[in-house]
Design a protein around this ligand. Structure first.
Ligand code: ZN
Length: 272
């Protein structure tokens, strides 16, 4: 295009046009018009392209929004005065769930996720209500909301999804949903997420079950949501770091797979 050439000449940048005549004239020297075309014409063209890129890229970069990091919401159950179950005489559940959440957070960050925690220490949750946790989750735009529990006697890992009747996902957002039924349009996706988690945890040679339950913390969540309870094994307690690490890696792997799943739709931001 003549105007591009004029533009480069104006800037003092050398240009060269690749015409059929030019190729034909030089073809005999290297024996391959194609190779010759690449060799003789690509240089100035690349140079010109690089000059254009150098001139235009900063502006293009400024206009292109950064790709959004996928968000995972982690809610370590209990905290503050709510200590949860006693795993040992001196170890309340709230300590184990937060340790597990922090461990999982590290693995997820390494895998490119943005992690939103409802709280980071057991005492942080002192003023955090159940509804407050849910509001935080529903505002986070998470592609998965994971609530973590721990047990001193229920063996292996237990996954729970809401027992709310499934509503048609297509209706999601079409009409207001009661606060305590916000999970209903998400149940299908939550069941799918639980299925992926169960498969990954099972592959880590850890006994795992999945069931549905009535749980206020799940029923109000407007995102794919699963509660995970870590229970002891014959050779490990729920607070065992190696056991936690193994399960956390399985969960992180499942969420990485979930990231590309068609059901990994982010939350709607529903708040009370
Ligand atoms: Zn619990």
């Amino acid at each position: 295009m003549p105007w591009i050439r004029a533009f480069f000449l104006l800037l003092g940048i050398p240009t060269e046009e690749c015409s059929g005549v030019f190729i034909a004239e030089n073809a005999h020297r290297c024996g391959s018009p194609t190779l010759h075309r690449q060799k003789k014409c690509s240089k100035p063209a690349s140079f010109a392209a690089a000059a254009v890129a150098a001139l235009l890229l900063p502006a293009a970069r400024a206009q292109t929004p950064a790709p959004q990091q996928p968000v995972i919401l982690l809610d370590a159950a209990h905290g503050g005065p709510d200590t949860g179950a006693r795993l040992t005489e001196k170890l309340p559940e709230r300590e184990v769930t937060i340790a597990f959440a922090n461990r999982l957070q590290s693995l997820l960050i390494v895998r490119g996720f943005k992690v939103v925690l409802t709280h980071t220490t057991p005492d942080d949750a002192a003023n955090l209500t159940g509804d407050g946790r849910v509001e935080l989750a529903n505002r986070s735009g998470a592609m998965a909301c994971i609530t973590l529990h721990a047990s001193g006697n229920a063996a292996g890992v237990h996954l729970f999804t809401s027992a709310l009747p499934e509503t048609e996902p297509a209706l999601q957002g079409a009409k207001p949903v009661p606060w305590n039924e916000a999970q209903a349009p998400w149940v299908t996706r939550s069941l799918r997420l639980a299925s992926e988690l169960q498969a990954a945890i099972s592959r880590s040679h850890t006994p795992v079950t999945s069931s549905r339950t009535w749980l206020a913390a799940l029923d109000s969540l407007a995102c794919p949501a699963v509660a995970i309870e870590l229970g002891p094994l014959d050779d490990a307690t729920a607070q065992d770091p190696a056991y936690q690490q193994r399960v956390a890696e399985a969960i992180a792997g499942a969420l990485l797979f979930w990231r590309g799943h068609p059901n990994a739709v982010t939350g709607t931001g529903a708040v009370r």
